[in-house]
Write a new protein. Structure first.
Length: 315
């Protein structure tokens, strides 16, 4: 999933040459698998990516970028072959002054900080990334310097631009998070559904009670609705359609809230068994929480949807 974010960042704003050079290195081959990491979040810049403090300064004499800062919560951070880092180049322009950079393998100055012990998705590596005078070639600015300079000029003149570096990446990857959430919800629902037909109390399967069957009906309906939202957004992204009604955010919001709802109720249907590590539902319940947090928490998705459908600068 960290690799997907980094690859999306490259493919949404990279030049054809950059995509050709770096995309294969982000994935490797079946015999030599590689990972990538996307580093936007910082200790003081989570939901508010415009607050990013990591700085990238251009050293014209050497045609190199010098990057300093601390990133946090990076999936595959520090263990990835290729890191993509969002940094501020023109801090006075806020998010419009940000750019994304490729950090090639084994670049001096990049190191892993704290690795986090997490509540769920524990097979995924999540860590801080420290950038201490990291120097990368000028060609590592994703999209190229000419295009970035044009964007900065537009921002200084107060003209509209096509969006900030981190936000463009998240837009493209939200349906993917939605798809993960649908999968997690489906696993828990199917387990609880089957369990409800086998577990007997009061002389009949627990699923024979409307109280349980209605819960399963709601779960199944929400999962199908979430899946259709994800399919629509994924189709739009694949076919280059803009999310004019925040369809990407809608899919991520609804699917992640559905995963939370469904795993919670699956655990309930399994009763005491659901609360133990002998059954898989408690793990899906822990895993589901992340979908409402990363790549924009649910509240942030609602802000985006609210702004899109009203045209108002809702805060
Ligand atoms: C396991 C994991 C993996 C991650 N992987 C990556 C990664 O690969 N790359 C990366 O860059 N980041 C990654 N993240 C970071 C993730 O994107 C952030 O955690 C997320 O954006 C939220 O930021 P925050 O944790 O600082 O919470 P905060 O921004 O502090 O938010 C805390 C709460 O306040 C709410 N809130 C904040 N602002 C508003 C508002 N304006 N209106 C209403 N509510 C608001 C939020 O919705 C949330 O409920 C990862 C995080 C985790 C936990």
């Amino acid at each position: 999933m960290g690799t997907g974010l980094a690859a999306a960042s490259l493919s949404t704003t990279g030049t054809p040459e950059q995509i050709g050079e770096w995309a294969p290195q982000m994935f490797g081959t079946p015999d030599d698998v590689k990972l990538a990491a996307f580093c936007a979040s910082e200790p003081d810049a989570g939901s508010d990516v415009s607050a990013i403090r990591t700085r990238a300064v251009y050293d014209q004499a050497k045609d190199e970028w010098v990057i300093n800062g601390v990133k946090t919560w990076a999936t595959n951070g520090g263990i990835a072959h290729v890191h993509v880092v969002i940094a501020s180049v023109e801090p006075e322009l806020g998010s419009r002054g940000q750019a994304s950079f490729i950090i090639p393998p084994n670049t001096p100055g990049l190191s892993q900080g704290q690795k986090f012990a997490k509540h769920g998705i524990r097979a995924s590596h999540t860590a801080e990334v420290v950038l201490d005078d990291v120097r990368v070639p000028g060609s590592c600015l994703i999209g190229g310097k000419d295009r970035f300079d044009e964007r900065i000029a537009r921002a200084r003149e107060g003209r509209r631009s096509k969006g900030q570096a981190a936000m463009k990446t998240f837009e493209a990857t939200r349906p993917t998070v939605g798809a993960m959430a649908v999968g997690c919800a489906r696993a828990a629902y199917e387990y609880a559904r089957d369990y409800s037909t086998q577990r007997e109390q009061f002389g009949r399967p627990i699923g024979d009670n409307q109280g349980v069957a209605f819960l399963l009906a709601d779960m199944a309906t929400r999962i199908d609705a979430a899946r259709l939202l994800v399919w629509r957004a994924a189709w739009m992204a694949r076919n280059g359609k803009d999310f004019t009604h925040a369809e990407g955010s809608m899919s991520k919001l609804y699917a992640s809230e559905t995963a939370t709802y469904v795993t919670q109720n699956s655990l309930r249907i399994l009763g005491g068994n659901g609360y133990t590590r002998d059954y898989p539902v408690e793990r899906w319940h822990r895993d589901a929480s992340i979908f409402t947090i990363f790549e924009g928490a649910s509240e942030i998705q609602k802000l985006i949807i609210g702004r899109t459908i009203t045209g108002l600068p809702i805060r």
